[in-house]
Design a protein around this ligand. Sequence first.
Ligand code: GLN
Length: 454
Amino acid sequence: DAFIVKVSKAKALNAFIVETPDHAIAAAKDADAARAAGETLKPLAGVPIGMKDLFATKGVQTTAASHMLEGFKPVYESTVSQRLWDAGAGMLGKLNLDQFAMGSSNETSYFGNVISPWRRGGGDNAPLAPGGSSGGSSAAIAARLVPGATGTDTGGSIRQPAAFVGISGIKPTYGRCSRWGVVAFASSLDQAGPMARSVQDCAILLENMAGFDPKDSTSLELAVPKWEAGLSSSLRGKKIGIPKEYRVDGMPAEIEALWQQGIDWVKDAGAEVVEVSLPHTKYALPAYYIIAPAEASSNLARYDGVRYGLRELADGQNLQEMYASTRAAGFGDEVKRRILIGTYVLSAGFYDAYYTQAQKVRTLIARDFDNAWMECDLLLTPTAPSAAFALGEKSADPLAMYLNDVFTVPSSLAGLPAMSVPGGLDKAGLPLGLQIIGKPLDEQGVLNAGLAIE
Ligand code: GLN
């Protein structure tokens, strides 16, 4: 009840697209009944959580923060959300995000931007971005509206918003969480994961989200480890790599200092720190901003005014014109930009020059990580090159916005597990995040290093 009241009072943050108190109440009642009957409680019995509005929820509007899907009520439930409900959790509502998860500030939402509950100190009252695309998730957790939430991460959308508001979030290995029922952005990159106030909460939530699903052809057929039980903040015997190419030009001194602080913390926890090289790092961002739009342009072809959501049909329009007017009205500017880039790089004349090249770069980046694992067990980097920026500061300049993903995108291209944990505050008093990247399937190692830093 306390959470339901808080959610209803915190409208100014715009973190929720719809509120679903009845869903959360039903889960709480089930938990109470089980408790009264002396039954063993489910792992998340009665826990209220927020659901990023990219997950299909049966009978509850699922929009991907777009006009295209406004009013769309799926007749099915995503595998990840179903697993959470099966574990006893309840839903407080559907959380705002960047439209179709495209963005780093939550400003591309059709339902308006989310406002971070943080402000800079010293009387600077500029409203700040909560990060993106999972900005509703990050703001809701930071404002204590929900104890935990789901996110999705294609190029950083769990980690960067977590960093911006001082919480934790983990993107597991590609294939750990089913993509079934998650509105597709870039299918070879999209991964669901939890966001929460502590590493332990992330471990608990992830255990109840991950798992093999025959309905997703890229789902990994592996048992879900007991990550919470395996938590340990000792890093004795672990080698932590510091990738020198992440020391990018113009990196603010505060981010350098944060990184150094992280290095000291993992050393205190018993780790040995080594410098490693990931030579193709600087090509990751351009490759990502070819591959992700290419896949998006293909995935978004399904919004045709017939199968889902919106239809714009003026008198006398033919089918082609109906497609065009629906897509013109249904997609926001950033989504259109990505569709245009994506169709361009996939077009017959430019495919080899852009898409094929980007795929080759992706392979080289994955190989960089494979080589790094010969020298270390985990990597430690900053999560983002800056603290939260003001709303509107980067929204007019897509390239400036894309640059914010510089540290999160390489591990996405390689499908690796990666987590952001709070690393401290900058001089304006804003949170900064540290990122831990692990070997494929080593979520435990990532979580443990997160616990050591937290
Ligand atoms: N900011 C990145 C983008 O706009 C990542 C988004 C995401 O991970 N969903 O593509």
